[in-house]
Design a protein around this ligand. Structure first.
Ligand SMILES: Cc1cc2nc3c(=O)[nH]c(=O)nc-3n(C[C@H](O)[C@H](O)[C@H](O)COP(=O)(O)OP(=O)(O)OC[C@H]3O[C@@H](n4cnc5c(N)ncnc54)[C@H](O)[C@@H]3O)c2cc1C
Length: 432
């Protein structure tokens, strides 16, 4: 069975940027790395269910897949614009923040150059150890394709970049399979399945909750309750000095801190990313509620300081028991559908690596994003997008993506250079 140098799990922006960094390294004359990326979506798509009409990037286009690592890369956003004959028109827009549709098109264009290194439509389910004596020599990556079933592949190293998984608050857990209750990560697809909902709730106070509230308002004919524990919707702080926390060198600073100080830094700058929509969006929402006060029909409600206590199915649809965190009492409201704009959890790598758990301890990562392992564990495993606790708030965003992949590629290729010869080259039996 073929042994890959590297398998990348997930092919979102993080592993796409990694594929670019690897290709550019080979073009510089270095030994090629035999890399394969396994992606569960049928083709490249960047948060496709949140490609809302008026949504735009929350980060400068210069923090694209390559510019900060190599401004001369052919995969910069500027070169994409040039290739699409839109560079001059984009300049006339006078913006650093392209629409999310355009950025998805840019990412898809870049991903198209790596089609021969991608296995689309396969979800990786587990990674198993492959022993040579008492030593783990390789990794066996097991994936599942809806039509072709289970597939296994061998690799010397892994880069796991699977993004976040939907965070579903406890009261909604029994409704995970109910098509009327869905997370923002499924928004557009799930809305297309609804049967003309008239009353909806959006739970959350962040960028996604705000975008979805406005999208529902613009659709017309839907009464929307915006439900949040917070007293107010606070804007994201993207002022210049604060923005310096997203500079690549700040990652060194965070990593060098003891854990309590890292946690304190996360807390101090939480409002740059979590429950913090763009100010312009907040102003639009305020306008919507203000127009209702002037005399438009009162279709929407802003239920601040409200917490969902209980969810039930009734004859009228879905009901939420809402606790008023200021007054203390509860009320019950009925909905046809509920959107959970309740954020993401980033622990999928633990489930994928469960069969390796005894070799990986707490899955602590070094500065170069490599998981620390026992001395009998040969393969190298790198993580992208789930190292916020050690590497800071930029880890889940695009801010350091290009620079981070350069760091990982440096570390990975040094490691491969030292270890390529040590893994078994014989063909290994494999079960399908
Ligand atoms: C709606 C939305 C808008 C955003 N806008 C911005 C922005 O403007 N600026 C910014 O900096 N950040 C933004 N972010 C943050 C976002 O995390 C990054 O933009 C970026 O998507 C991170 O890339 P990634 O590759 O690490 O993760 P993802 O983009 O989440 O990609 C992970 C990929 O892994 C795949 N995958 C997951 N599990 C498996 C598996 N088991 N097997 C195979 N494949 C798997 C997924 O299908 C996905 O394609 C946004 C996030 C969301 C949800």
């Amino acid at each position: 069975m073929h042994i890959h140098d590297l398998i990348g799990i997930g092919f979102g922006p993080s592993n796409l940027a990694l594929a670019i960094a690897l290709q550019e390294r080979t073009q510089d004359g270095q030994t090629p790395v035999d890399a394969l990326f396994i992606e569960k979506q049928p083709q490249f798509a960047w948060h496709p269910n949140m490609l809302l009409d008026h949504a735009h990037m929350q980060i400068s286009f210069l923090k694209d897949l390559a510019t900060l690592r190599n401004p001369a890369s052919p995969y910069t956003f500027l070169n994409y614009l040039h290739a699409k004959h839109r560079l001059q028109d984009f300049i006339n827009l006078k913006t650093f923040y392209p629409s999310r549709h355009e950025f998805n098109d840019y990412l898809s264009w870049a991903a198209g150059h790596f089609a021969d290194q991608c296995a689309f439509g396969e979800a990786v389910v587990e990674v198993h150890p492959e022993f040579q004596g008492d030593r783990v020599a390789l990794l066996r990556v097991r994936s599942h394709h809806p039509e072709h079933g289970v597939r296994e592949r061998l690799t010397r190293s892994l880069v796991i970049s699977v993004g976040g998984a939907a965070n579903v608050p406890t009261p909604f857990a029994p409704f995970r399979d109910d098509p009327r209750v869905f997370h923002s990560s499924r928004y557009l697809g799930a809305m297309a399945q609804q049967n003309q909902p008239r009353r909806m709730a959006v739970i959350g106070a962040g960028q996604s909750a705000s975008e979805i509230f406005l999208d529902l308002n613009n659709r017309g004919g839907i009464d929307v309750d915006l439900v949040m524990r917070a007293r107010s919707i606070k804007p994201s702080d993207d002022s210049p000095f604060v923005n310096e926390i997203f500079n690549p060198e700040f990652t060194d600073y965070v990593y060098q801190q003891p854990q309590p100080q890292r946690a304190a830094l996360l807390e101090e700058f939480m409002n740059t990313n979590y429950a913090a929509p763009d100010l312009a969006l907040i102003e639009q929402i305020y306008q919507v509620f203000y127009r209702q006060k002037v005399g438009a029909p009162q279709t929407h409600r802003f239920l601040r300081r409200h917490e969902v206590e209980h969810v039930a199915e009734t004859r009228e649809g879905l009901s939420l028991r809402l606790r008023d965190l200021d007054q203390g009492g509860t009320t019950t409201a009925h909905y046809d559908a509920i959107v959970l704009a309740t954020g993401y959890v980033r622990d999928t790598h633990h489930a994928l690596l469960e069969p390796l758990a005894q070799h990986l301890g707490n899955m602590d990562v070094t500065r170069d994003y490599r998981v620390q392992a026992t001395e009998h564990f040969g393969p190298a495993i790198f993580l992208q997008g789930c190292c916020e606790l050690t590497h800071g708030l930029s880890d889940t965003l695009l801010s350091v993506t290009s620079v981070r992949t350069g760091e990982i590629v440096d570390s990975l290729t040094q490691w491969l250079h030292a270890h390529r010869g040590t893994a078994p080259s014989r063909h290994l039996a494999v079960a399908f």
